[in-house]
Design a protein. Structure first.
Ligand code: PLP
Length: 462
């Protein structure tokens, strides 16, 4: 399993950005190497060995890359923001006990949006005071669970406030609240992952902000500690984040003028990552610097004491750390049209291509440097024509049994996965320094039947 540390040759078949200070800009995990036999390895574990040992499809997470991105956020905030700051991992990107534990150990906080994500955070070792609860339709139970653990609730709408007021008699003290509002900022990303424009289901409309802030002055059960806005995801532009700082600073001035002790300004997440060689996102450092400078300037212009700066990266923290391994199966050449190469997973383990037309980069695990002289379309195994993972991918001729590595699958793959066609979810292994550890077991077909109930009158005995 332990492999040589020869760096991946940077020229073929795609450019590998080796700038270690900006891990979100690398297409491959930081520990991607060729082993002594020219096979791809991650964390000094040969990928095709992992496929054999754990089966496919398999999610592989590189601990070095994950820790490096956490540190990149932490250090950039310390470098560029003169006040207190905290990066909060948006766990919707990939929620598990192991990731929670790593992120907590790196000193980050965590954002959750459901009881399931909250429980994962608690059991993964994240302190309640470092967690925020989001959601545009939180249940009474989710709100009660959050407050009982000292989690800060991000109030998204009047319903949140009504439910919290009902629950308030059981609170040990005032609940920590943030207010989320839509900032009215447009940015260029897929319509489904854009949240900052006014026509969004998330957050209070900005026209209502003053009314909400005034209402909260009459709620002794609440302590308004922060303001939040998020403009979307997979964003490469920096200007919308600058604009957001000004909008948030106006809201901060208003909230403080009404007597709220607001300490936290939460700018959300959204920094994009490189999925294909042509993607050119800003580095974590450049993003943090832009946000930090814009917040400092907006506060100075308004004469505001600097708030604690919070940001909520999801994708840019975990995407590049993850790859998915598939085994190649059937091949269907359609003369003059295309050649389909099918793999043993697809839209159930990675719904992003069918949902957002997302693009990815892939290599053969054991022949990464071979001439890519065939163009194929990599299809999943689900009963859906649109179940295509990579279109028009240049690959060396691949045959059944080859292992395909798809890069940058650490975010919004496992967490958005499904059991479509009753296909069990893949396992996840964490690799570091030549060892691989299972951190999520592979689901078994029998697991999928666990919650089915067959009423006796429907039993067909014929
Ligand atoms: N914060 C909030 C409120 C979100 O809705 C999201 C996801 O869209 C994030 C943070 C994380 O965004 P990203 O994964 O783009 O960093």
């Amino acid at each position: 399993m332990v492999t040589s540390r020869e760096p991946l040759a940077p020229s073929r078949p795609f450019e590998v950005d080796q700038d270690l200070s900006s891990p979100n800009r690398n297409l491959t995990p930081l520990t991607t190497r060729l082993d002594g036999e020219g096979r791809l390895s991650l964390g000094d574990c040969t990928l095709s060995d992992l496929a054999r040992r754990y089966g496919t499809p398999l999610y592989v997470l590189d601990e070095t890359t994950l820790r490096a991105t956490c540190r990149a956020y932490r250090e950039a905030l310390a470098r560029h923001y003169p006040g207190e700051a905290l990066a909060i991992y948006a766990s919707k990107a990939n929620s598990s006990l192991a990731i929670t534990a790593l992120v907590a150990a790196e000193g980050l906080g965590l954002d959750a949006v459901s009881a399931g994500e909250l429980l994962t955070a608690f059991q993964g070792g994240m302190a309640g005071e470092r967690i925020v609860l989001h959601g545009n339709n939180k249940s009474r139970e989710e709100l009660a669970l959050a407050v009982a653990h000292g989690v800060t609730v991000v109030a998204d709408n009047w319903r949140d406030l009504e439910l919290l007021a009902e629950l308030a008699p059981s609170f040990p003290g005032p609940a920590r609240l943030m207010l989320r509002f839509t900032p009215g900022i447009e940015c260029h990303t897929h319509e489904y992952i854009r949240t900052g424009h006014l026509d969004s289901k998330f957050g209070f409309d900005p026209d209502q902000l003053e009314a909400v802030l005034r209402h909260l002055t009459t709620c002794p059960w609440a302590r308004l500690t922060g303001l939040h806005a998020h403009i979307g995801s997979q964003i490469f532009e920096l200007q919308p984040h600058r604009d957001l700082a000004a909008v948030l600073a106006d809201a901060l001035a208003l909230a403080r003028s009404l007597g709220h002790p607001v300490e936290d300004l939460n700018v959300g997440g959204g920094l994009g990552i490189r999925y294909v060689a042509s993607d050119d996102p800003p580095s974590i450092d450049a993003w943090v610097r832009t946000v930090a400078e814009a917040v400092v300037e907006a506060c100075r212009e308004r004469g505001l004491v600097l708030p604690r700066l919070l940001c909520e990266p999801g994708r840019s923290l975990v995407a590049t750390a993850g790859v998915t391994l598939y085994e190649v199966g059937s091949r269907k050449p359609i003369p003059g049209l295309r050649t389909y190469l099918s793999v043993d997973g697809g839209m159930s383990d990675n719904p992003r291509p069918i949902t957002y037309q997302s693009q990815y980069t892939a290599l053969l695990a054991d022949r990464p440097m071979a001439e890519p002289n065939e163009t194929v379309t990599v299809a999943g195994k689900h009963c859906e024509s649109g179940d295509v993972l990579l279109k028009d991918l240049a690959l060396p001729p691949a045959t059944a049994g080859d292992v395909l590595v798809v890069f940058a699958t650490g975010a919004y793959n496992a967490s958005m996965g499904s059991n479509y066609n009753r296909i069990p979810r893949p396992a996840t292994v964490l690799v570091a320094e030549g060892s691989a550890e299972l951190v999520q077991r592979r689901e078994q077909p029998e697991d999928l039947l666990r919650y089915d109930v067959l009423p006796s009158r429907l039993r067909y005995l014929g």
